[in-house]
Design a protein around this ligand. Sequence first.
Ligand SMILES: Cc1cc2nc3c(=O)[nH]c(=O)nc-3n(C[C@H](O)[C@H](O)[C@H](O)COP(=O)(O)O)c2cc1C
Length: 260
Amino acid sequence: MSENIIYCYSGSGHCLNMAKTIASYLGDTDIVMMRSFPVKTDATEAKRVGFVFPCYGGGLPGHVEEYIKAIRIAPDAYKFAVEQFAGYMGCGLHKIDEIVGLDYWNMISNHSTCIWLMPHSLCLPPTSPEKAQERVNRKAVEVGLAVREGKRSEKKPPKKAFFAAESKAFSGMHSKRAKKFQANSDCIGCGTCAKICPMHNIYLIDTKPVFGSDCIGCLSCVQYCPKQAINVGKITEKRERFPNPNVKAMDLTKQIIHID
Ligand SMILES: Cc1cc2nc3c(=O)[nH]c(=O)nc-3n(C[C@H](O)[C@H](O)[C@H](O)COP(=O)(O)O)c2cc1C
């Protein structure tokens, strides 16, 4: 059993990259990917338990809320959370605080990965993807040091009730939107999309991906397709992809990543 556990959700690698940096400041950390549900819910032996996740539709992605509700944490463990978002933080941190009671929380704006809705350049304050990555790295170091020192946040994360409503509506829209996913003629049938889909919702038929309706909208398939052949309707055809440069598609399929 590792001294620290970080539960991480990541669709395009940015939160995983951040979790790894934070873990490198703590040592002896298991990063448990919340893309597979549930891999490890017994965290009772960990001294520190963290959550690193993106804002999706104003709230928590996929099954993250149910996952966190299932986790058992020792009463004296130190609990922290960090959220990435593009334009607004939503209610995810508040939700996690309600479930586990956070000692420390932080957040940072990164470029948007929700490219069917916004161009990838949405980030507050606006900057280049490279500078945004530097900013996220600095935040990861800040969090790593704060958690190592056992820092406590003075305030609770804000409730943001409006975003709780947005988040409910957003998760209900996924199956409708799932019908818009398609691969164009640039597809080489490599199967990356099928391998990384956390819902096992993509099948290859005659080497071409076919998309089911059990989609949670993470866009990993769109972001990590090596030929940028997967689109959500027409709008993503013109939009740049934004996967994290340090995280490979197959890293997202790992269930637990140990960092010493
Ligand atoms: C499906 C989806 C929904 C998103 N919703 C929001 C949102 O409501 N507000 C926001 O500011 N950013 C939103 N984002 C942007 C992500 O929070 C941001 O790009 C984050 O850095 C992605 O981290 P990841 O690469 O670990 O998945 C969304 C991204 C995706 C893919």
